[in-house]
Design a binder for this molecule. Sequence first.
Ligand code: NAD
Length: 506
Amino acid sequence: MSELNVVSISEAKLPAEPFVARHLIDGDWCQSADGATFERVSPSHGSLVTVAARGGAGDVDAAVSAARRAFDKGNWSQTSGKDRATLLLKVADLIDRDRERIALLETLESGKPISQALAEIEGAADIWRYAASLARTMHGESHNSLGSDFLGLVLKEPIGVVSIITPWNFPFLIVSQKLPFALAAGCTAVIKPSEMTPATTVILGELLLEAGLPAGVANIVLGYGDPVGAAMTTDKRVDMVTFTGSTAVGKAIVKAAGDTLKKVSLELGGKNPQVIFPDADLESAVDAVAFGVYFNAGECCNSGSRIIVHEDIAEEFLKRTVDLSRKVPFGDPLDTSTKVGAIITPEHQNKIDSYVRDASKTGASVRLGGEPLSVPGLTGQFYQPTVIANVESHMPIAREEVFGPVLSVLTFKTLEEAIALVNDADYGLSAGVWSENVHTCLEFARKAQAGTVWTNTWMDGFAELPFGGVKESGQGRELGKYGLDEFLEAKTVTMRIGRTREPWVS
Ligand code: NAD
């Protein structure tokens, strides 16, 4: 489509050979016990990117045994914070060293633009450094005001063996929002990346070994949700599951983990609203809306896919958004100018398309896009930037995750109505407000049901600030000191001072 900004195939070279990914179990790289493998083909270029070991229950059993042994042995869980921090910092340096290699595989497996993959890897290194600072500074509590004959201590201890299960949309970043905090706490881990994006987690495993992490502390099992992920959530020797992915799988994990009462922390989906008031800086708001919905092709838990705009400025907002959307460079993820790459699978592309068709059949109007996008020279699947107006709150496109570059626009008249629309959702991950009035922003921040509220900005994240959802967007938090706390248990030690106790039986 000539009226869109389409980037055709770039000069960048594809690797000559596929990446070979194996499990990491007890410090050794191994194939599956039954020798099974699976392949990942690039969603943009159609080329074979990765051949990976396809794990089964036996491989999970071996990995959990190794993680359990390593934890119980104590050569990681009982090391000093200083030693753990030193290792985490080394890993961060190695990530920086290998960022180009990691980013290329991330791009080829996921279809995201190479510039964004590089930024993601840099962000991940920063999180490893932040987690190192927590490893050295974490501490419990002392209670010295329980009376003259008591001292109370609250010790923070690592929770134990952690199963880490991650999705395909930010593979390296998301494992880096979990593993360094688990390691900082002193836990050991079994990690399963998505079957769509195994390579970069395997490279992380290589870097962990190079940095000197003892065998068995971090294990990686590759493969599908069933049987690998399922076995990681039911094994009695696992103390906690931390999962990022869809709400449907998150609910299945809660049920599976219930039999052994494991702790479960969940980072799930979102249908994130941005509310735009008439006094907003419209130019900045429109730019943030484009970023919020097209970043990572909308395959983003934080996608700002639900815009709630005041009816007085709705038409102007729509016109500006459509104009800006036409300028966003969609196309070959290996071209450094591309801002939006490929859709993860043909099946997912069909799902995006069916949401758009359904919306248009039920009264919404497609102002831009609404079709697959063909990119000259590439065989993969791409979707046009899509803006849909006249959306109503009951429509699936306003309530469900489309996970594509598709914007739904609703309108409101009053602040109360806007808040009611924001909260009329099963999800509660993030919400945003655009207004030059601080009172409007604060009232919104207090009333929006969401784990994160952005005012006059969208999707800024920091290692220091916790991230997570309410309602069906999840439970628990990642990042910040809360991210470390998830992997710690509190143990109370109550100490009597002197022999002052009156006998219970005299
Ligand atoms: P998904 O739920 O299909 O898969 C996620 C992971 O779970 C994969 O590794 C998969 O193999 C595994 N899995 C599948 N079935 C399982 C089972 N029964 N038991 C254990 N593991 C199982 O999600 P996806 O399609 O990979 O990722 C997209 C979803 O992730 C979206 O809903 C998105 O919103 C969500 N997400 C949330 C956040 C957040 O921080 N809140 C971040 C990124 C993605």
